[in-house]
Design a protein around this ligand. Structure first.
Ligand code: C2E
Ligand code: CA
Ligand code: CA
Length: 706
């Protein structure tokens, strides 16, 4: 009984195979009935050895070795050896009857469904009968006991082929039903065939030994169970190894290899039916890992796996592709609408908050869907297009998107750009330009702002506004910012060695503020280039800051502890409350260039700029005007009491060498200015940001907060 008894016959679709199968199984039952009639008069005459063997068959069926896998043939295989032994010793009818009784009993105990029991009895009876027919055809007796002889070595010559017949009949019958429940006949025929050949051969090879033992004394027979269990155990271990190679150890879900194999099978079929593939990515999972630790991240992934599976049907396949990426193969979902419905169900299941340790986590997901064959006829294309759709869902914050060729060109272009940005980072294609920021009173250098530049080998100059948002939606942002910080600080160190103490301002984006990475990058970079924290400023936009987030606040507090100051960029375009401004470790406000550039034309803009400057001063912050393009604007800013200015009027952003040249000129000029200032007892005009640190509101806020 080493056959696959876990098949689930379905009568919904009656194929030719299934029809044949159904008829055969009824034939098997007819044989059982016949056996009952034939064996009945013999029962009282059966010797002790028969009953010992019969008891072992039943025991083997009822007390299988415990298993974790889905193969339920454990234990049942051992009984095959005994059924065959009875076949050789006492002939067909006792063997068939025993087989039927044992199958029905054990499967009732295992609470198998009636149809399965019915089919399995028929199947086993037929395969034993087929084996027996082969033996009788070549002239072996129907039971050597009745023939009054022993089993001999030469009998083996025919016995071995009969096992092969038994195996083939069994497998073919199961495959017939397998073909009816969604597999091809060939797939079902060869599925796990290696496992079944090994275990069946091991068990069947024992059957002559059972006969020899029984001929000596029935009491030797139970000893044969021991090697049988050992063999079975070994085969199981090899199966488990195979399982490991195809599954994700954390969630227990199938892995990428498994998924690709299943999809490969699905598209390789002739006339493959339509199916859907969904790729799912957790938004901001990295933050969870960074802020709460890997064990929480892992636990979250396990829970996600469970939730996804819970809203799917048993035939659907969820795989974990690695990291926070999952894939769902929906074999019976044939159109995009139905697939989107499933995706929405998954999304809803994952949107429910997760309770992990003491925190309640809310997850957002992005799901991209591609349908076979509409969106791709091979696995590569399907995966890629589902990925494009997922990327779009992430970018548009729509959570679920179905692949749309009309939008693909754009998206592919951006994906391509993202890929080349990654390459550019590795290849050092990115460069920093520096734009000076000078004091409106006296014109001394207050610092420089580092602005990233990308000269694409084919596409030429790509403005940061185009690729920064792209990097933000991918995992690339941290690497980019780390590159900018390190390059800028190396430059500051070089300038310091030349005798210029210049503070550099680096732009950071919202994504940088999630998680502990930025603070770590900053402190490592400061140490590496031996630059004091007071020579580094981080610029972040008002919008970024005001999306109040406890984790963002954590980062800001960590930066404050490092003595790094913050500058509020594009001020006036977002919404900030006075309260937030007071609470955050900000030392400077940059008036957005849209107001500055219209300063001379528009009275209303002038009053906005004036209010911002007053607000900054009221809070003890520096006010910087950006985008100062003309002398007129410059003069007006002086009148408004603005502290410093940045813009084309002062200088365009310059590559490193030009910036160094510019600073050289400026410093020698301001050296005079500074000595003059000293003479009059004024503040030195050249005032590297760091020296003013004790006066910044950041420290006042910190003090009042303690
Ligand atoms: P931003 O931080 O507001 O930078 C100022 C932008 O104004 C720069 O554009 C600069 O070249 C430009 N600019 C400077 N003076 C003038 C002027 O007088 N008139 C006009 N019309 N424009 C002026 P850029 O370099 O194209 O950068 C655009 C934005 O990209 C930046 O805006 C910043 O938000 C972002 N960015 C640039 N470099 C980085 C970086 O390394 N990291 C991050 N996260 N963002 C960056
Ligand atoms: Ca900026
Ligand atoms: Ca700005």
């Amino acid at each position: 009984m080493g056959g696959k008894s876990s098949v689930r016959p379905s009568l919904a679709r009656v194929s030719l195979f299934a029809a044949t199968w159904h008829v055969s199984v009824w034939g098997g039952w007819a044989l059982v009935a016949l056996a009952a009639v034939k064996v009945q008069p013999l029962m009282g005459l059966m010797p002790a050895a028969f009953w010992v063997i019969a008891a072992l068959v039943l025991l083997g069926e009822l007390r299988p070795v415990r298993t974790a896998g889905s193969y339920d043939s454990e234990g049942t295989v051992t009984s095959t050896a005994f059924v065959f032994a009875i076949l050789y010793l006492w002939g067909l009818w006792p063997a068939l009857l025993l087989q039927a009784v044992v199958t029905v009993t054990s499967e009732l105990v295992k609470r198998k469904r009636p149809w399965i029991i019915f089919f399995n009895v028929g199947q086993y009876v037929l395969s034993v009968t087929a084996a027996w027919s082969a033996l009788v055809l070549v002239g072996l007796p129907d039971g050597i006991v009745a023939a009054g002889r022993d089993l001999t070595g030469s009998d083996l010559f025919w016995i071995v082929p009969s096992w092969v017949i038994w195996f083939v009949v069994n497998d073919a019958l199961v495959a017939g039903v397998g073909a009816d429940v969604g597999h091809t006949f060939v797939e079902a025929l060869f599925g796990d065939i290696f496992f079944y050949i090994v275990t069946s051969a091991a068990v069947l090879a024992l059957s002559p030994l059972v006969v020899f033992a029984a001929q000596a004394s029935g009491w030797y027979v139970p000893l044969l169970l021991i090697p049988m269990f050992a063999v079975h155990k070994t085969a199981r271990i090899s199966l488990q190894e195979q399982h490991k190679a195809l599954h994700d150890p954390l969630t227990g879900l199938p892995n990428r290899k498994y998924l690709l194999r299943s999809l490969g099978d699905a598209v390789a079929q002739l006339d493959s039916p339509a199916f859907a593939l969904a790729l799912l990515d957790l938004d901001r999972f990295k933050e969870v890992n960074d802020t709460l630790g890997h064990h929480v991240g892992d636990r979250l992934l396990e829970l996600v796996a469970i939730r996804i599976s819970s809203v799917l049907r048993p035939e659907d396949l969820v795989a974990r592709l690695g990291g926070d990426e999952f894939a769902i193969y929906l074999p019976h979902v044939s159109n995009a609408r139905a697939a989107a419905d499933v995706a929405v169900r998954i999304r809803q299941a994952l949107n429910e908050p997760f309770q992990l340790e003491d925190v309640l986590l809310e997850l957002e997901v992005s799901i991209g869907i591609a349908v076979f064959p509409d969106h791709g006829r091979d696995v590569d294309n399907l995966m890629r297009r589902a990925d494009v759709a997922m990327y779009l869902a992430k970018e548009l914050h729509t959570e679920v998107e179905v692949y749309d060729p009309a939008r693909d060109r754009h998206t592919t272009g951006r994906l391509g750009l993202l890929a080349s940005l990654r390459r550019a980072l590795d290849a050092g294609e990115l460069d920093l330009h520096y734009q000076p920021k000078v004091a409106l009173e006296g014109g001394g250098v207050v610092g420089v702002e580092a602005l990233i530049r990308w000269n694409h080998p084919e596409r030429g100059f790509i403005p940061p506004d185009e690729f920064i948002p792209l990097a933000e939606t991918s995992g690339l942002m941290h690497r980019l910012t780390s590159y900018v910080i390190n390059t800028a600080l190396a430059q500051v160190a070089a300038w310091r060695d030349e005798g210029f103490l210049v503070a550099v301002a680096v732009n950071v984006s919202a994504r940088d503020l999630h998680g502990a990475e930025l603070a770590r990058t900053v402190s490592e970079a400061l140490a590496r280039h031996r630059v004091p924290a007071t020579l580094l400023k981080l610029e972040l936009t008002e919008r970024t800051l005001m999306a109040e987030h406890s984790r963002v606040l954590d980062t800001l507090v960590a930066l404050e502890a490092l003595d790094v100051e913050l500058s509020l960029d594009d001020f006036g375009t977002g919404y900030s409350s006075m309260f937030m401004l007071k609470r955050l470790p900000v030392s400077e406000i940059k008036v957005d260039q849209s107001f500055v550039s219209r300063l001379t034309r528009d009275g209303e803009d002038a009053s906005i700029v004036r209010s911002i400057i007053d607000l900054a001063h009221g809070l003890g912050l520096q006010a910087v005007a950006e985008g100062v393009e003309t002398e007129e604007v410059w003069n007006q800013l002086v009148g408004l009491g603005c502290d410093s200015a940045q813009g084309w009027f002062v200088s365009r952003p310059m590559p490193s060498a030009a910036a160094t040249e510019w600073l050289r000129g400026h410093f020698s000029e301001s050296d005079h200015a500074s000595s003059r200032a000293d003479d009059t007892g004024d503040l030195p005009v050249v005032r590297p940001e760091g020296e003013a640190v004790a006066l910044t509101p950041l420290h006042l806020v910190a003090e009042s907060g303690t």
